[in-house]
Design a protein around this ligand. Structure first.
Ligand code: ADP
Ligand code: MG
Length: 240
C-alpha cells in the first residue's frame, strides 16, 4: 500500500532522512518508534507529501508518485493523517468538521456525506456529539473527531503522529481503542507512538528509526524480546 525507496530528506544542510526503505502492506499496522529528533514526523509527512523528498521515491497503492506533476492533494486524500494536535475547526460542529473535507475536497453530495459522517461518528463512539462544538469536548473526544475526519475521506491508509501524546493519561485509552478497532477492520496504518503496550498488542511490525536511518524492522515479539540491536535495547529501557 505504501512503499518508500531510498528516501532522503534535507532541511537545509541537515539530512534528516538518510535513505529510508520501507513497505507497508494492505491491512498492516506498522508502529514507528525512535527517540525525539530521529525523523519520525518527517518520515510520516513525506509519506503523504506534506514534505517533499529530496531523493528517492514513494509508491502509494502501486502508483509511484511524481512530486512535481501529480496532484498531491489527491494523494493526500488517499493517505490520511492524524496529528498530535487535532486542529478541529472551532466554529463548526463535530458533524460539520467531519463533513468538511468530503464536501470541499471531493465535492461529494451533501446528503451522502452526512449519512457517511454520521456512520463514522457512530464508529468512533461520538454519535451523541454530532451537533456539539469542539470546545465542549474532552481531548480524547477531540482526537476521535480528528480520526473521524480523516476517515471521512475514505483513505487507503492512515498515518498517526503521536495521536495520544497531548492527552491526559485517562483519555489515552479511548483513542487507542478506536485505533485498535480500525486495525481490526483491516485499515492500513503507520503509527508513531510511545505507547508500547499498543505496539505489542496491535502492531504487525515495529520499525525503529535512529538519526534518519531504519535500524530495526521486526515483528513485535522479536523487537521487544529478542532485539540484538544496542540502540533498540537502550530505547526500550528508556520507554519501559
Ligand atoms: P521526530 O518526530 O522523530 O521527533 P522530526 O522528524 O520532527 O523528529 O525531526 C527530525 C529532525 O529534523 C530534527 O533535528 C528536527 O529539528 C529537524 N526538523 C524537523 N522539521 C524541520 C523543519 N521544518 N525545518 C528544519 N528542521 C526540521
Ligand atoms: Mg515527531
Amino acid at each position: 500500500m505504501i512503499k518508500a525507496n531510498n528516501v532522503h530528506k534535507y532541511f537545509g544542510k541537515l539530512e534528516v532522512l538518510k535513505g529510508i526503505d520501507m513497505e507497508v502492506h494492505p491491512g498492516e499496522v506498522v508502529v514507528l518508534v525512535g527517540v525525539s529528533g530521529s525523523g519520525k514526523s518527517t518520515l510520516l509527512r513525506c509519506l503523504n507529501f506534506l514534505e517533499l523528498t529530496n531523493e528517492g521515491t514513494i509508491t502509494i497503492d502501486g502508483k509511484k508518485v511524481n512530486q512535481k506533476k501529480d496532484n498531491l492533494a489527491k494523494v493526500r486524500a488517499e493517505v490520511g493523517m492524524v496529528f498530535q494536535h487535532f486542529n478541529l475547526f472551532p466554529h463548526k460542529t463535530v458533524l460539520e468538521n467531519v463533513m468538511e473535507a468530503p464536501l470541499m475536497v471531493k465535492k461529494m453530495e451533501k446528503s451522502k456525506v452526512k449519512t457517511m459522517a454520521l456512520d463514522i461518528l457512530e464508529k468512533v463512539g461520538l454519535s451523541d456529539k454530532a451537533d456539539v462544538y469542539p470546545n465542549k469536548l474532552s481531548g480524547g473526544q477531540k482526537q476521535r473527531v480528528a480520526i473521524a475526519r480523516a476517515l471521512a475521506m475514505e483513505p487507503k491508509a492512515l498515518l498517526f503522529d503521536e495521536p495520544t501524546s497531548a492527552l491526559d493519561p485517562e483519555l489515552v485509552g479511548e483513542v487507542l481503542q478506536v485505533m485498535k478497532d480500525l486495525a481490526n477492520e483491516g485499515m492500513t496504518m503507520v503509527v508513531v507512538t510511545h505507547e508500547m503496550k499498543f505496539a505489542k498488542e496491535v502492531a504487525d511490525r515495529v520499525i525503529m528509526l535512529n538519526e534518519g536511518v531504519i535500524i530495526e524492522d521486526a515483528d513485535p515479539d522479536t523487537f521487544f524480546n529478542h532485539s540484538k540491536n544496542e540502540r533498540t535495547r537502550q530505547f526500550l529501557e528508556m520507554v519501559n
